[in-house]
Design a binder for this molecule. Structure first.
Ligand code: NAP
Length: 501
């Protein structure tokens, strides 16, 4: 075991967040990087998720790095495979592949106070040592497998949407899907196209609004390539619309209730145009406010339930038998394939996704669960020197993940720039700055639909086990960028390694 391997930084995760962090560090002259990725290739969620129908549900001009626009998106909302290709392009252009190690499952990391270093343990026992640790493990990286009695006894195929098998042929089969979240909204129409019978088990209905998705004609792509300003303009328009939906309708629910109610109405009107049967419509209509759960976009989801071979089941699942799903009222539905579109576990296992032990033996996961989930500006935690946690409470800003990534990159620019200016190597956010940020975010949430609206029946993963909606940063994205570029430098204690090496 070599304890002396030294890196400027170890980044956990080679998705868009991890690559953004690596690009930011390299810009600051920190070039000796190691990016550890548990999967076999880069791309993060776009490598893991391969289910039929997968596409980005944020316009692609916005769902990409602003400094690396891609003029070649085939559609307004690009299919998943294009995102994975884009990730490969970014890795090549910014020379990131040589830092990446795949199939490297990080078990944990601990701060060595004597050596002022992070010691990162990789599955198999190897330890690597680095000055800085950044976790970019995503929000939706730990699949939630439902604990339904008998599920292990099922004799057919059981597949979670994150483990889709390309060889799985559903043609002519009897399939069941559990879940009606954003993943299921994309998957259900595709499975319905292939399966002879499809039963969808819905516990909580979801808001769906039309997806204005069209192919991007070649001349437009050529224009984007030749005159990048045009694509930047398109990004600005799409960003403004996302901001209106997310920030105004959801985060400023109290002030802009009419927008929120308008979005809910738009979804109901859309449902009315798609489904004639009033009973079916009732089942598909949410009884909570718009935005309690992430809104979804689809032109084919609602209509799929009107097909004769597609059945919407709203009864509680009692158990799974070797050949069937049985609901609490005793009805058995015989199936060949059971598809789990059951989402992710965020609050028990993803925050953080690895064990992180800071100063004085503080265990980040335990501390978050025992206290409150919190991270200064969504990136830093007291007692965790030289550590940035990028998938954190109150870090998700806006609707496109790239807003979060780029505001965090801006935070890193300011933080590492100041360290360099002072000739310092160690940083740690102060307890008072962290507490002030948490208080401020908590107060702002009072305006949001999460606290001001009716979300009790939504079962939204935005809420944690303490009933706090602690994922989204309840500010405008402009505010997130402004603070990332101008946070008080005194919010961090900075010192040099003096005397340590
Ligand atoms: P999700 O929104 O958490 O939905 C999981 C679904 O499974 C819910 O309908 C849930 O019902 C149901 N479920 C879970 N356990 C169950 C059980 N034991 N019995 C019955 N039903 C159960 O997960 P997701 O659909 O994978 O989406 C997660 C997030 O991924 C989205 O919000 C979005 O941010 C992202 N996403 C993005 C894209 C994209 O950009 N292209 C596509 C897909 C997903 P309850 O609601 O009743 O708990």
């Amino acid at each position: 075991m070599d304890q002396n391997v030294q890196y400027d930084a170890v980044i956990v995760g080679a998705g868009f967040g991890g690559m953004g962090a690596a690009i930011a560090l390299k810009r600051m002259g920190l070039t000796n990087l190691l990016i550890l990725e548990r999967e076999a290739a880069l791309g993060g969620t776009w490598h893991v998720n391969r289910y039929p129908g997968l596409a980005v549900d944020i316009p692609s001009v916005s769902y990409s790095y602003s400094f690396e626009p891609n003029p070649n998106w085939s559609r307004l909302f690009a299919p998943g495979a294009e995102l994975e290709r884009y990730a490969g392009h970014v890795a090549d252009k910014y020379d990131l592949r040589r830092h990446m190690r795949f199939g490297a499952v990080v078990e944990g990391a601990s701060w060595d106070e004597d050596r002022q270093r992070w010691v990162v343990t990789v599955e198999g026992g190897e330890q690597v040592v680095a000055k800085y640790l950044l976790t970019a493990t995503g929000f939706l990286s730990q699949p939630h497998l439902p604990d339904i009695p008998g599920i292990d006894s099922f004799a057919g195929t059981v597949v979670h949407t994150t483990a889709w098998d390309a060889a799985l042929d559903l043609t002519g089969t009897r399939a069941a899907i559990i879940g009606t979240g954003a993943t299921a909204v994309q998957l259900i129409p595709e499975v319905a196209r292939r399966a002879a019978e499809l039963t969808v088990y819905q516990r909580t209905p979801i808001y769906v609004v039309p997806k204005v998705d069209v192919p991007i004609p070649r001349p437009v792509r050529r224009l984007f390539a030749r005159v990048p300003l045009v694509q930047r303009g398109a990004r600005a328009v799409s960003g403004a619309l996302l901001e209106l939906l997310m920030v105004s309708a959801v985060l400023h629910f109290k002030q802009a209730k009419v927008l929120n109610k308008g979005a809910a109405l738009a979804s109901r009107v859309f449902l009315r145009t798609q489904v004639g049967d009033a009973g079916l419509r009732r089942k598909l209509t949410p009884d909570y406010d718009f935005g309690c759960k992430r809104p979804t976009f689809s032109n084919s989801y609602f209509r799929t339930f009107t097909k004769p071979h597609v059945h919407l089941e709203t009864g509680t699942i009692a158990r799974v038998e070797p050949d069937a799903v049985v609901t609490a009222d005793g009805r058995r539905t015989e199936i060949d394939t059971l598809i789990l579109a059951t989402g992710f576990n965020l609050w028990d296992v993803n925050f953080p996704a690895i064990e992180v032990i800071g100063r004085d033996g503080r265990d980040l996961g335990k501390w978050w669960r025992d206290n409150r989930f919190q991270a200064y500006e969504g990136v830093a935690v007291p007692y965790f020197p030289n550590f940035l946690t990028l998938a954190s409470p109150y870090s998700y800003s806006g609707l496109s993940y790239f807003t979060t990534i780029e505001s965090q990159m801006a935070h890193m620019d300011r933080l590492f720039g100041e360290l360099r200016r002072r000739g310092a190597d160690v940083f740690e956010v102060t307890e008072s700055a962290n507490a002030e940020f948490l208080d401020r975010m908590t107060a702002k949430l009072d305006d949001s639909v999460f606290y001001g609206g009716s979300c009790q029946t939504a079962r939204s993963y935005y809420f944690n086990q303490h009933g706090e909606a602690a994922i989204l940063r309840p500010t405008s994205t402009a505010n997130a960028f402004r603070e990332a570029r101008s946070f008080p430098l005194g919010d961090y204690e900075m010192r040099s390694f003096a005397g340590v090496e």
